[in-house]
Write a protein that binds this ligand. Structure first.
Ligand SMILES: Cc1ncc(COP(=O)(O)O)c(C=O)c1O
Length: 454
């Protein structure tokens, strides 16, 4: 299938300088009537009329290349025809049944069974958000181990509900809301560009993994036996950080030695995003519990799930519940989405186009004084901005400026990272190589501009 046919042609196309007058009017209305907590329209000021494939059209007729995909939800692009057909058909049948089974629910279970590791023999659908899946995963680990402490990682993002927020490392997200869950501890992630142990990847011996091992083994580490270790195998919001090979494997081995439940959060990195169905496949590690959401719903339909080892399925009926425990439209759309991923080798496509894009971003890194590192896997890429390459002082203002200038030139990207200084590339995976090349060209132009303006 030619993925270009899924997108609007000739993107980017600018009818007016964004945000145009119609978008501005809608944004003003939103600002007047909605909470000051709204955030994305501040970085990407626009009102969206429609999305197709890897492109988005705003209310003023500007057409953008979408390198954000609604925060990594729209892996199959906007308005994927197979996903929409399944959703439309389901709308006519039944839309809400709690957890009473339907053909749509079973089609999702069957689709997931085709792609999940065999070891994760049980599925659970709780509330519709990723945060809820994280809450459920931690509860399941606590229920089974009868322990409370949880180990998470610096640079992590797991959601905004109190339990999930406790596991997020970002201080700005939680400082006014403390205390949250007690006994959550944070270990350094294998973030080689800023190794907390002062090592270089070529010569390190995975001191970060040894640190986790020590936390679990040393009776005076300060961490009482944890119920769970929660980790994104490839960090998303933390700035597309791919850990050095061996880190995830050693974390798993340490968990197994100490009866700690290993939870992989695949909410952002799953469903072909990194060039494999799940990011943990890069490391050959199967966790005890896996959380899924975002792209699970096929194209923006809210749903989340856990997959876990059969022996953990000890909790009684109703131990984690919610009114929206599954959504029939999302089941039907998501199952169609998984079928599309398999039929069109979306993982392979993401790996190939991602490699081309990363190569081009690496060229920007080589030429620019303010790009510390371009990195990532598949189509989960990031470019880290610094004041200069020698000090590596984080430059979050530059990253924000780049986002804004990219928007002005018809390309949507977001900002993340441990220091909020990483331009994040998270496009729909139906992005074509030509679209990736165009995006890289715009990005390179913008980086040159911000560098010259310093
Ligand atoms: C890795 C990861 N886990 C959990 C979440 C939370 O998902 P939600 O925003 O649907 O609650 C996110 C959201 O960005 C995420 O990236």
């Amino acid at each position: 299938m030619d993925f270009q046919s899924l997108s609007l042609p000739n993107a980017p196309y600018l009818a007016t300088s964004p945000p145009g007058p119609v978008s501005r009017g809608i944004l003003e209305l939103q600002a007047r009537l909605e909470s000051s907590a709204i955030s994305y329209p501040r970085g990407l000021p626009m009102a969206i009329r429609r999305g197709r494939g890897a492109t988005v059209e705003d209310m003023d007729g500007n057409v953008y290349l979408d390198f954000f995909a609604g925060a990594g939800v729209l892996n199959l692009g906007h308005a994927n025809p197979d996903v929409l057909a399944a959703a439309r058909a389901q709308l006519e049948d039944v839309t809400h049944t709690l957890d009473i089974p339907t053909p749509a629910r079973i089609s999702m279970v069957e689709a997931l069974r085709k792609i999940l590791p065999q070891e994760l023999g049980k599925l659970f659908f709780g509330g519709p958000t990723g945060s809820d899946a994280v809450e459920a995963a931690v509860k399941l680990a606590k229920y089974n181990t009868k322990r409370a402490p949880v180990l998470a990682f610096q640079g992590s993002y797991h959601g905004m509900t109190s339990g999930a927020l406790s596991l997020c490392s970002g201080a700005p997200f939680k400082e006014e809301f403390l205390p949250l869950l007690g006994e959550v501890h944070f270990a350094p992630f294998a973030y080689c560009y800023r190794c907390p142990f002062g090592r270089a990847p070529e010569s390190c011996s995975l001191e970060c993994a040894a640190f986790v091992e020590d936390l679990l083994e040393n009776p005076h580490s300060g961490v009482a036996n944890p119920a769970a270790v929660v980790v994104e195998p490839i960090q998303g919001e933390g700035g597309s950080v791919v850990p050095k090979d061996g880190f995830i494997q050693r974390v798993q081995e340490a968990c197994h030695r100490h009866g700690v439940v290993l939870i992989f959060d695949e909410i952002q990195a799953g469903f072909c995003r990194t060039g494999r169905m799940f990011s943990s496949e890069h490391f050959g590690v199967v966790p005890d519990i896996m959380t899924m959401s975002k792209a699970l719903g096929g194209g923006g339909f809210p749903i989340s799930a856990l997959a876990f080892r059969q022996e953990l399925d000890t909790w009684p009926p109703g131990k984690h519940i919610g009114t929206f425990r599954g959504n029939m439209i999302a089941y039907a759309a998501g199952a169609a989405g998984i079928r599309f991923m398999l039929a069109h080798d979306v993982a392979g496509h993401a790996a190939r186009v991602g490699e081309v894009l990363l190569g081009l971003l690496k060229e920007v890194e080589a030429e620019s004084e303010v790009v510390g590192e371009a990195r990532g896997k598949g189509l989960m890429l990031g470019v880290e901005f610094v004041e200069d390459k020698a000090t590596k002082k984080p430059a979050p203002d530059l990253a924000r400026k780049v986002r804004s200038k990219c928007h002005q030139k018809g390309m949507l990207i977001e900002v993340g990272g441990h220091y909020f200084n990483v331009a994040r590339f998270l496009p729909p995976l139906v992005l074509t190589e030509a679209q990736a090349r165009k995006g890289a060209e715009i990005f390179a132009e913008v980086v040159k501009e911000v560098e010259d303006e310093r």
